[in-house]
Design a binder for this molecule. Sequence first.
Ligand code: SAM
Length: 237
Amino acid sequence: AEEVGGGDKEVVKNYFNNSGFQRWKKIYGETDDVNKVQLDIRLGHSKTVENVIKILTDEGSLKGVTVCDAGCGTGCLAIPLAKEGAVVSASDISAAMVAEAEKQAKEQLVVGNGGIAPVMPKFEVKDLESLDGKYDTMVCLDVLIHYPQSKADGMIAHLASLADKRLILSFAPKTFYYDLLKRIGELFPGPSKATRAYLHAEADVERALNKVGWKIRKRGLITTQFYFARLIEAVPA
Ligand code: SAM
């Protein structure tokens, strides 16, 4: 039944090219025109990004490390990674998101004091199912929330198949506060305004990884009042 009328993916794509783009560009931005809930989500999400950069830089310099940011949004992760010297491929199903990410990258990735400009990420409009190639690290943050676990399994397997060393994922965990379901319901109020939100049980994500020969090495949990994400780093078992 999910595939009728194009399925989740078409709905998600349409949302993130229109009202979802406007909403999330604000949340992921720095302007003051956000409400309390949006500000709280901005804070939670920025913690997720910080955590990912910490996980990645803890292992040493990112100079020359290839990173694929699947579902890059407005470039919140791709841009700081490029600043760290990573060779970033950033893609998103939404052309509006990719255009915004590219614009921000051009503004922010300027020649540094040493006269060396960071490598500009390669931006592409692409859904993550059609990504190919091989990368040291695959990252996919806050994308799985738009897909049921039945779809997420395949996405996880595909992302892992493109990664040499590690895969970093964040998703809204099912176990945590069930009342957050309700809050999410308020944030995603129906087919006209948004897409459905799907929470994922950590055990299901872990099973999907194990099935393709990967294991979880690090787990983190980021929560604010309205934002909650399980962050995991997986490596080949
Ligand atoms: N990862 C970014 C971040 O954390 O800043 C953006 C997160 S935003 C909540 C979800 C993003 O996933 C949107 O930009 C959306 O267009 C993208 N997206 C949703 N489904 C996708 C798919 N199948 N392939 C690629 N991108 C997708």
